[in-house]
Design a protein. Structure first.
Length: 127
């Protein structure tokens, strides 16, 4: 098996584990309440390969957190992608998002001051 095929197999295994981490009824789509999914029906995925690499590097794998950091928005054109990104941003309920982030990080962020306006959208990367 080529190195490329091995990497593809590893990626497929991880994607499969991520899909299996969501119960069939996890998606809520409550736009009025800003709730995309029922967090009690989304389960942690054990990233065994990452844990192995972290241990091999001499670090404690229990101290390493995996956070989703990128949420790409894709459209047929740049204008479509920007429109969709704006629509998605309108669905964000800041209080809920802050509570979710606080839970993921294990730090209460709800008392911190928030900026008055949203951040600027990142530059799009052409395909």
């Amino acid at each position: 098996m080529s190195q490329r095929d091995e990497l593809l197999l590893i990626a497929c295994v991880h994607v499969d584990r991520l899909w299996d981490g969501w119960d069939d009824d996890a998606l809520v789509f409550d736009t009025s309440g800003g709730i995309f999914a029922d967090t009690y029906r989304v389960h942690e995925v054990a990233h065994a390969e990452l844990r192995r690499q972290v241990t091999a590097a001499g670090r404690d794998p229990d101290l390493v957190k995996v956070l989703p950091g990128i949420a790409p928005v894709i459209g047929g054109t740049e204008a479509e992608a920007r429109t969709l990104a704006a629509e998605l941003e309108e669905l964000i309920v800041p209080e809920y998002a802050l509570a979710q982030l606080s839970g993921m990080l294990g730090i209460d962020l709800t008392g911190l001051p928030r900026p008055a306006s949203s951040y600027a959208a990142p530059t799009l990367v052409p395909a």
